[in-house]
Design a binder for this molecule. Structure first.
Ligand SMILES: Nc1ncnc2c1ncn2[C@@H]1O[C@H](COP(=O)(O)OP(=O)(O)OP(=O)(O)O)[C@@H](O)[C@H]1O
Ligand SMILES: [Mg+2]
Length: 485
């Protein structure tokens, strides 16, 4: 337990003897020891010591008392654990300290073994808590919204204004502009943040299944309903449901969704029972719903219900000033996630990318950046490395023959390059790409696995591998590229 023995511990006690004896014990055990004789001193030490793991804190101190200090400590995001020490520990103080987040309560006189045991337990707990925080941070990072453009500042204002309310939000904007990120941001800044966020991609679910997907079904409700199923609205109870691509919902399903919005009631398919749910609805679309209403494809009453707070997700070409920032962000993230060397883009390359039309918006930009990091060897990625359609010099050219040792190597390089280029051309839509290159979809999926091109989000988005060796052998041992020399 090397890392535990080096832990940094602060002892706060006004009795010098106690500090002296704890110093001896702790240093003997290999801990780093810090001390403070009163509350003020303790707080300033806590302020300046970022990697503090644990505080042993006397309840009774001159000036600020232990409970005040405890409350201060626990306000910090990476707060150390705290063990309270007391001369005449009353139950009442112990209860209060525990409520404020103290790990444990030790009574004087202190016994060496008892103290050491508590310390070990508290440090273990601290490590677990920090790991948990780190994981959460990583997850949050995936959904980070990057951008300084005034439109993005306005967007953040809208998000923060609507988040704490229960209002239904309709996010509209082109494909790839970050509508999902906005929906998640609203949820995570709402009072429901700790409750579920359930996403339903209405375009990806076949019409005959969508009702049971949303509202659940009873066993035997229809052929194939062998088990009872809990629907997405029920899963989201207490939290938020994100109805993505809402325009793709049939009129029949729309009327059922309207009922949830109006009455807060759902009915499982095949059930006569109605149950209440408390769900906040966020919907998104890249279509013009007014036009859909005009064509009789969308219910106007549902539109008005959804559109309580409209939020616009701007297209990338409306916020070009953010492009350099996004290039840098995606580049750094991708390198970090995949243990690549971080690389720079030349000023000229950035300038060309800032001018490009980006019909696929931020998603397209991200895919281009990631692809460049995989495919380009150069330390600095230059204009000539950019794909031709973006305005660079790189044609869908053949890979460098010198890179490949065997015929098979060369063929695979070329094949991967070809597939990436076609995916990009088809906006990362698998079915469309498969059609264009005249191969079954199943084969294209096999190839993606073989070359570690990973599809992360439902329809149409592909990103590069999270680890270069991922899924090797598991999914593609017999795929054509490997056996057909
Ligand atoms: N402002 C941003 N900062 C960082 N990443 C972004 C930003 N906007 C979009 N992205 C990234 O672009 C990709 C597309 O975003 P998202 O899926 O939210 O778009 P969308 O509007 O929902 O698209 P679609 O209509 O196709 O579903 C994601 O990888 C997302 O992380
Ligand atoms: Mg989306």
């Amino acid at each position: 337990m090397k890392n535990l023995r080096k832990a940094k511990i602060l002892v706060v006690d006004d009795e010098e003897n106690i500090r002296k004896s704890l110093k001896m014990i702790l240093e003997y055990e290999g801990y780093q020891f810090l001390e403070a004789g009163d509350g003020e001193e303790a707080l300033s030490l806590i302020e300046e010591t970022i990697d503090l793991d644990l505080v042993l804190l006397d309840i009774k101190l001159p000036g600020l008392d232990g409970l005040d200090i405890l409350a201060e400590i626990k306000k910090r995001p990476y707060a150390p654990e705290v063990i309270m020490i007391s001369g005449q520990g009353t139950i009442q103080t112990a209860v209060e300290a525990t409520k404020l987040g103290a790990f444990e309560f030790l009574e004087k006189p202190l016994h060496r073994d008892r103290v050491l045991l508590s310390i070990r337990n508290a440090l273990n707990q601290n490590t677990l808590r920090r790991e948990c925080l780190d994981l959460r941070k990583k997850a949050e990072k995936r959904y980070e919204i990057v951008g300084n453009h005034p439109l993005m500042k306005q967007l953040w204002k809208d998000i923060l204004k609507t988040a704490p309310t229960n209002a239904t939000v309709l996010i509209h904007g082109e494909s790839g502009t970050g509508k999902e990120l906005i929906a998640r941001a609203i949820h995570s800044h709402s009072l429901r943040a700790k409750e579920p966020f359930i996403q339903v991609n209405c375009a990806a679910i076949p019409e005959e299944l969508i009702e049971s997907e949303l509202f659940g079904h009873e066993k035997g409700a229809f052929t194939g309903a062998t088990e009872r199923k809990v629907g997405k609205f029920e899963q989201a109870d207490g939290g938020t449901i994100f109805l993505d691509e809402i325009a793709d919902m049939s009129l029949k399903t729309q009327s059922k969704v309207l009922r949830v919005l109006e009455e807060g009631e759902i009915q499982r398919v095949g059930s006569s029972k109605v149950s209440k749910v408390d769900v906040r609805v966020i919907a998104a679309t890249n279509k013009d719903l007014k036009k859909e209403i005009g064509e009789g494809k969308f219910r106007d009453d549902l539109f008005f219900r959804l559109n309580v707070v409209p939020v616009y997700s701007p297209a990338l070409r409306e916020k070009r000033e953010d492009i350099p920032l996004l290039i840098d962000y995606f580049g750094r993230n991708f390198a970090e996630e995949n243990n690549f060397k971080p690389r720079k883009f030349s000023a000229e390359a950035v300038a060309v990318m800032t001018k490009y039309a980006w019909k696929g918006n931020v998603r397209e930009l991200r895919n281009v950046v990631e692809r460049l990091l995989i495919m380009t060897e150069a330390e600095v990625i230059d204009k000539k490395d950019l794909p031709e359609q973006v305005g660079g010099g790189a044609k869908a050219q053949l890979p460098d023959a010198g890179e490949a040792k065997t015929l098979k190597d060369y063929r695979e390089l070329a094949e991967k390059d070809f597939i990436l280029a076609k995916l990009e051309k088809n906006n990362w839509n698998i079915s469309q790409t498969a059609r264009e290159i005249d191969t079954p979809r199943s084969n294209l999926y096999k190839k993606l696995a073989q070359y570690g091109i990973k599809i992360t989000v439902g329809v149409g988005e592909a990103v590069a591998p999270s680890s270069p060796t991922e899924k090797k052998g598991e999914e593609s041992p017999n795929s054509e590229g490997q056996d057909g020399r």
